[in-house]
Design a protein around this ligand. Structure first.
Ligand code: F6P
Length: 320
């Protein structure tokens, strides 16, 4: 490869800037030209392509968001859109591409690879819902942000002797909820992968805890279950305990990346460029069993993962 493009796609995640910086600086170190593609695949189709050099990525490693902006792009899910994207890459001499995003972004990356643009995916999402990897860029920061917010809700919840339902992001996955449930010592953790919808059992636990003298009842509810506000109303009606719902929302996606997100994203960014220099394509970089590894994109997309059952059981045991 001689010219590498880099884009971020899907929801932004803290640490994406560290990955971009590593891609740009590793490529320059190897004597390659680097181009930044703005606004993900949507920007590619609009030819929003800028030259990047070492200073383009100065002063960004500590910043949340993505300096390249990001988007979700319907047109790039079509064969015509993908063909147009590959042609635009060729027109700009881009023969290698690094795509930072989630599964949807990797599907696009696989298509670009098939159309002759050597493409490597990096897992960037706060949701941790990419099966081939134990780590995704942004998860660590997001759970720390959520954890700190939930601590604050807990203070006021205890003071008012309330029940609080706090809804965290994660799309259909419960990783953020599980980690916050642990870290915040929640009384209940509702995960889309496990919740059986038995609200009466939840209400019974709240009543039981109050009888045991607990001053608050913190419920971490995953976005994939949702309905936190209506659940709060039903709980209050059934228990007589004042109940409030807090939906943390997009604040979980912002903020300065943690040390782990900066370091892992940097290593993954460098690894992506190394793979391109080795002539590899259609790969996604992951982190498995303590090592940075890479997988064929289609194989990675076919993998599945679930909340570790042992962790879920421990989380339930510790709330008693
Ligand atoms: O994938 C990251 C994520 O923040 C999910 O947790 C959430 O479901 C979704 O993106 C929200 O997307 P948007 O910012 O488009 O509303």
């Amino acid at each position: 490869v001689k010219t590498i493009g880099v884009l971020t796609s899907g929801g932004d995640a803290p640490g994406m800037n560290a990955a971009i910086r590593a891609v740009v600086r590793t490529a320059i170190h190897k004597g390659l030209v680097v181009k930044g593609i703005m606004r993900g695949y949507a920007g590619l189709l609009q030819e929003e392509i800028v030259d990047m050099n070492s200073t383009s990525v100065s002063d960004i490693i500590h910043r949340g968001g993505t300096i390249l902006y990001t988007a979700r792009c319907q047109e790039f899910t079509t064969a015509a859109g993908q063909q147009k994207g590959a042609e635009i890459c060729k027109k700009h001499n881009i023969d290698g591409m690094v795509v930072i995003g989630g599964d949807g972004s990797f599907r696009g990356a696989g298509k670009l690879s098939a159309l002759g643009i050597n493409t490597i995916g990096l897992p960037g999402t706060i949701d941790l819902d990419i099966a081939c990897t134990d780590y995704t860029i942004g998860f660590d920061t997001a759970v720390n942000t959520a954890m700190e917010a939930i601590d604050k809700v807990r203070d006021t919840s205890t003071s008012h002797e309330r029940c609080s339902i706090i809804e965290v992001m994660g799309r259909n996955a419960g990783y953020i909820a599980l980690w916050c449930g642990f870290a915040n010592g929640a009384e209940d953790i509702l995960l889309p992968e496990r919740y059986d919808g038995d609200e009466q059992a939840l209400i019974n636990r709240i009543i039981e805890n109050r009888k045991r003298g607990k001053k608050h009842h913190i419920i971490i509810n995953a976005e994939g279950i949702g309905h936190s506000s209506s659940m709060a109303k039903r709980i209050e009606a059934a228990t007589g305990i004042e109940t409030r719902a807090t939906i943390l929302g997009h604040m979980q996606r912002g903020g300065a990346p943690t040390c782990k997100d900066r370091v892992y994203a940097s290593i993954m960014g460098a690894r992506a460029v190394e793979l391109l220099c080795e002539g590899k394509s259609n790969r996604v970089v992951g982190y498995k069993h303590g090592e940075f590894v890479d997988f064929d994109i289609q194989e990675a997309l076919a993998m599945t993962k679930d909340i570790p059952e042992d962790q879920y059981q421990i989380s339930k045991m510790l709330v008693r």
